[in-house]
Design a protein around this ligand. Structure first.
Ligand code: ADP
Ligand code: MG
Length: 222
């Protein structure tokens, strides 16, 4: 049966092709073997691509990185090598994984610069990299706060802030650091909070820093 060649049809159900993503991103997702969205991606991406603040909770391994990664990549102005997106992670290992996944998702876009700023790594090279500019910073709260205090990092044009594994960051005592960082970001920003578990402590943080957030939870199926 003939049908329009543009738009989506039944065979697209649940695929990334149903989303308002740049064609370069869709082609790259295909080459990465990402075709069907995971449940947390299917529920959170339409909301976060519409500009909403989102609280998303789903277990480890459910594809949360690509959910917020595609969201922030969709909002970058590549002409400006200034930090427009910041992802805070609880550990250096997780920050490296997130940066790696964002670089993979971004490889079809021209020259997206992703910089990791984590404690335990020497400051010197980080200062040099910051001078060259970056579109996206992925880091741990302590080191990001240190760069803000030194003036080596500024967040005045930030458009998206991601608190990844927010539950773990709170467990690790990063609350004050997170709040100090958030205070350096523009009020008009999109804030995305991702976590694997629901912690009571998340609620006051979320209420303090998010605007009318949509909450998306994918329950574990047994
Ligand atoms: P989480 O942050 O929820 O723990 P990750 O973002 O690390 O999970 O993703 C887990 C794995 O799933 C990664 O290896 C990633 O490459 C893969 N993945 C994510 N989304 C998809 C998808 N839509 N299709 C196939 N693989 C995916
Ligand atoms: Mg994750």
């Amino acid at each position: 049966m003939p049908h329009a060649s543009s738009g989506t049809d039944a065979s697209d159900a649940g695929t990334f092709a149903t989303l308002p993503l740049a064609p370069e991103l869709l082609t790259n997702l295909d080459s990465l073997g990402y075709r069907i969205m995971t449940p947390i991606q299917a529920e959170s991406l339409p909301l976060l691509l519409s500009g909403r603040d989102v609280i998303a909770q789903a277990k480890t391994g459910s594809g949360k990185t690509a959910a917020f990664g595609l969201g922030l990549l969709s909002r970058l102005t590549l002409a400006s090598p200034r930090v427009q997106a910041l992802v805070l992670c609880p550990t250096r290992e997780l920050a490296d994984q997130v940066a790696g996944e964002i670089r993979r998702l971004a490889r079809s876009l021209p020259n997206v610069k992703v910089l990791t700023l984590c404690g335990g790594a020497p400051l010197g090279p980080q200062l040099g990299s910051l001078e060259h500019g970056a579109h996206i910073v992925v880091g741990t709260p302590g080191r990001v706060e240190e760069h803000l205090r030194k003036g080596s990092l500024t967040l005045d044009v930030l458009t998206v802030l991601v608190l990844d594994e927010a539950d773990r960051m709170l467990d690790m005592g990063f609350q004050a650091s997170m709040e100090a960082i958030i205070a350096e970001t523009p009020a008009r920003r999109q804030t995305l909070l991702f976590s694997a578990t629901y912690t009571e402590g998340i609620r006051p943080i979320a209420e303090g820093v998010m605007r009318d957030p949509a909450t998306v939870t994918v329950e574990e199926t047994h």
